[in-house]
Structure formats: structure tokens, C-alpha cells
Ligand binder design. Structure first.
Ligand SMILES: Cc1cc2nc3c(=O)[nH]c(=O)nc-3n(C[C@H](O)[C@H](O)[C@H](O)COP(=O)(O)O)c2cc1C
Length: 190
């Protein structure tokens, strides 16, 4: 559902949403997959540190199963139908050995770019922090130098009616946001 924006904005920003009805029969092409990862690659980051590392599983393969097994029960119910599950992990130490305090912010920017590129290719994306990080760390064997940050489901939209109960309710609910006057604490033009 299109966002009720207070003024027109970029079409992708207005129409992007985080759906849960993924089409379990569809696979995404390698060229689309590489393109969304390339978009993630070109995100800005503090001191160009690029702390993000991507672990990609396609539905049916081993990595997909490993990532899926780390998700909370609610998320597993719908994310199992995604074409791709991506675990985004991060380095927490900079090249000079100092602690990287901004790694989560940087990873968020990288995933935001992946999301916009995916949406532009008629794919859908749903990010999740509802997963067991310790389980993901060991199941996907990401190594001790990285920490899990977020899991991203990517795929193709299916009919909302393929979901039931609270999943269906959320799929049909309008997208809502705080008003601009709340989030812009000072300096909002009248
Ligand atoms: C960091 C992050 C973590 C999220 N974790 C979950 C999650 O575990 N399960 C879920 O169903 N949705 C999750 N979401 C989706 C949000 O609920 C969703 O983005 C929010 O309600 C706004 O909806 P919209 O993206 O459709 O505009 C997450 C989103 C973000 C950005």
C-alpha cells in the first residue's frame, strides 16, 4: 500500500514496504541478486570502513536453511518462502585495530541501498532482527571476527490471502509513521 506522504517523494520510497507474503515458487535471477549486493556495496560508511559482510542463501540450499533455523518462530512462518535469505554480519574492529562504534549504522545504510535496488527490480525485501544471533553465528559459521546484525528476506510478492491470522492482518494494514512535526524537532519549514 502506498504511503500517505505529506508531500510527494521518490516513488520507491512511497511504495516500498516490508511484506510477508513471499511467492514460494519464484527464484530470483543471479543478475538481480548480484545487482542488489552491488548496491549494498556502494553505501557510504564512516571513514569508508565498509564493515558489512553478506552471507547469502537461496531457498533450498544449505545457507538458506542455516539462516532460517536462526529466525524466531513467527519470522520462520513467512520467511521460509523467500527466494533468498541474507545474513548481514559486521566487523567490529577498524583497520587500525580500534573499536568500530558505528558498524550497525553503516550496515543499516548498506541494507537500505540493497532494499531500494531490490524494490526497483520489482522484488520485495523484509529485514529482521527477530533471530537468535548466537545460533546464526554458529549455524552459518561466520567466524569470531564478525557479529550478526540483521537477516534480510528477498523475493517476490504473493497474494496477501496466502497468509492467515496475524500475518494476513499485518500484510493488509496501512503503513504508518510519526508525523513530520514529531520527528523534526527543530527547523521544519512552516
Ligand atoms: C532493523 C529491523 C528489524 C526488523 N525486524 C523484524 C522482524 O524480526 N520481524 C518482522 O516481521 N518485521 C521486522 N521488521 C520490519 C518492520 O516491522 C517494518 O519495517 C516496519 O513495521 C515498517 O513497515 P514498512 O517497512 O512496511 O514500512 C524489521 C525492520 C527493521 C528495519
Amino acid at each position: 500500500m502506498r504511503a500517505q506522504t505529506s508531500t510527494p517523494v521518490n516513488e520507491i520510497i512511497a511504495t516500498r514496504r516490508s511484506p510477508r507474503s513471499f511467492n514460494a515458487d519464484v527464484t530470483i535471477s543471479d543478475s538481480d541478486l548480484i545487482a542488489i549486493l552491488e548496491a549494498a556495496r556502494w553505501a557510504p560508511s564512516a571513514f569508508n570502513g565498509q564493515p558489512w559482510r553478506y552471507f547469502v542463501g537461496k531457498r533450498g540450499d544449505e545457507v538458506f536453511g542455516q539462516i532460517l533455523s536462526s529466525l524466531g518462530e513467527f519470522n520462520q512462518m513467512w520467511a521460509k518462502n523467500a527466494s533468498v535469505l541474507i545474513l548481514v554480519a559486521s566487523t567490529t574492529v577498524k583497520g587500525d585495530g580500534s573499536v568500530h562504534t558505528d558498524y550497525q549504522y553503516d550496515c543499516g545504510l548498506s541494507v537500505a541501498q540493497l532494499t531500494i535496488e531490490a524494490h526497483d527490480r520489482n522484488l520485495i525485501v523484509h529485514q529482521m532482527t527477530g533471530f537468535d544471533k548466537a545460533k546464526a553465528q554458529s549455524a552459518v559459521a561466520i567466524g569470531d571476527e564478525l557479529v550478526p546484525v540483521v537477516v534480510v528476506a528477498v523475493g517476490t510478492q504473493d497474494l496477501p490471502e496466502k497468509l492467515a491470522g496475524p500475518l494476513l492482518e499485518r500484510e493488509l494494514a496501512p503503513r504508518e509513521r510519526l508525523p513530520l512535526s514529531t520527528i523534526v524537532v527543530k527547523g521544519l519549514p512552516a
